[in-house]
Every structure is written in C-alpha cells, then in structure tokens.
Design a protein around this ligand. Structure first.
Ligand code: SAH
Length: 194
C-alpha cells in the first residue's frame, strides 16, 4: 500500500483554477485540498487507511463511490485492482476522465452517476470503498458485494464520520467494526448536472 502511494504523483491532482503554486507546497502534507466543484482530495492518511483496510489483492474487483480527482482510484490501480468508480458531479467526472489516462492511469472504468445506487450492471464486487460521508449504508451497495467481500464506508452527517467496516458473511449476515473518526465531504443524493 505504501509503495503504491509513493508512486502516485499527488501534486498533479489539484484544482488548477485555484492558487496552484500555494497548493503545491502542501501536495505531500497530510491535508485535504481543493479539487474543484467544492470538493476535496482526501487526506493521504485517510486514503492509506481505507486502502489498507480493504486488503487489496491483485485482480480484486473494486467499486469506488466518489471518484473526485481520481487520486484514490490511481492508488487502487497501482495495487493491481480492477477499479469501477462513480462520480456524481459532472464537471469533476469530465475532468478526471481525461486526466487519469493522461497521467498513465487509464485502466479504471469511470462512471457518471449516483453512488447510492452502485453499479448493478457490473456487480458483484470483491470490495466497495465509499469516499464521502454517508447518512446511512445504502442497501444497493450491500447487495452488490460478493459473499466474503468488504465494504468501508464513513458514516455520519455531522462534521466527523465513523469509519464502518463490514464483511459480508452470507447474503443477509455481516460482521461489523467501527474503525475511528474521519472527516469527509457529504455523500449527496442524485447526480448533479454540473
Ligand atoms: N476518492 C476521492 C475523494 C473525493 S471527495 C479522491 O481521491 O480524491 C468525495 C467525492 O464524492 C466528491 O468528488 C463528491 O462529488 C463525490 N460524491 C458525493 N456524493 C456522491 C454520490 N452520491 N455518488 C458519487 N459520488 C459522490
């Protein structure tokens, strides 16, 4: 996981409409930074934590909710995962769809859509990672997980979220752990037209 993070050039992922030189100074600090459309790239520690908890194996089929600038997507690709990632903001989606292949991460399937619904057409997934704070755990996501699979989802509508880890034991039975407090932008309902 650390080797993958070391390989991904985080300084290329920022919003270039804001004060880019000022941001560049912080590219490798443990900070969330703006990526446009009012969204942020997650803290590197958060990306590392979620990635480690997912126990990625080469060839794992992963669903990511909240593509954003594609940083987490790139880390998952570096680890040999097969990545499907959904973004609800059209401007971010359009930008990241061009940007990721441009810097050498063309391997992910990027979808403009509503992450609450998941991707039934590509299910089931070995692992699901949600990178925005959810008010509840969407049932569609639980259904699209393989038996034996893991989902990591930050839960809570306030300023902080609890990181929830769920392992699907059978079609209706899950093991559950709470892995500490994190800060995410909210998981919003429906696609946005811009
Ligand atoms: N994984 C990203 C994190 C970006 S922040 C990264 O590495 O940069 C979370 C992202 O989730 C934002 O881009 C936001 O627009 C998106 N998002 C919020 N609600 C969503 C939803 N319902 N479906 C898909 N994406 C959503």
């Amino acid at each position: 996981m650390l080797a993958a993070i070391e390989k991904v050039p985080r300084h290329l992922f920022f919003d270039n409409t804001t004060n880019r030189p000022a941001l560049l100074d912080h590219a490798y600090s443990d900070k969330a930074l703006p990526i446009g459309a009012g969204q942020t790239i997650s803290h590197p520690y958060t990306v590392a934590f979620q990635t480690e908890q997912l126990e990625i194996k080469s060839g794992d089929k992963i669903l990511e909710i909240g593509t954003g600038c594609g940083y987490q997507t790139a880390v998952l690709l570096e680890m040999g995962a097969k990545v499907y990632s959904i973004e609800r903001q059209k401007t971010l989606f359009d930008k990241t769809k061009i940007f990721l292949p441009y810097i050498g991460y063309g391997g992910a399937k990027l979808i403009y859509g509503d992450g609450y619904k998941g991707l039934p057409q590509f299910a089931p997934f070995d692992k699901i990672i949600v990178t925005a704070g959810a008010p509840y755990i969407p049932n569609d996501l639980l259904e699209q997980l393989k038996v034996g699979g893991l989902i990591l989802i930050p839960l809570g509508e306030g300023e902080n979220q609890e990181m929830i880890w769920l392992k699907k034991k059978s079609m209706s039975d899950f093991d559950r752990k709470t892995l500490g407090s994190f800060k995410f932008v909210p998981l919003l309902q429906n696609k946005s037209g811009n």
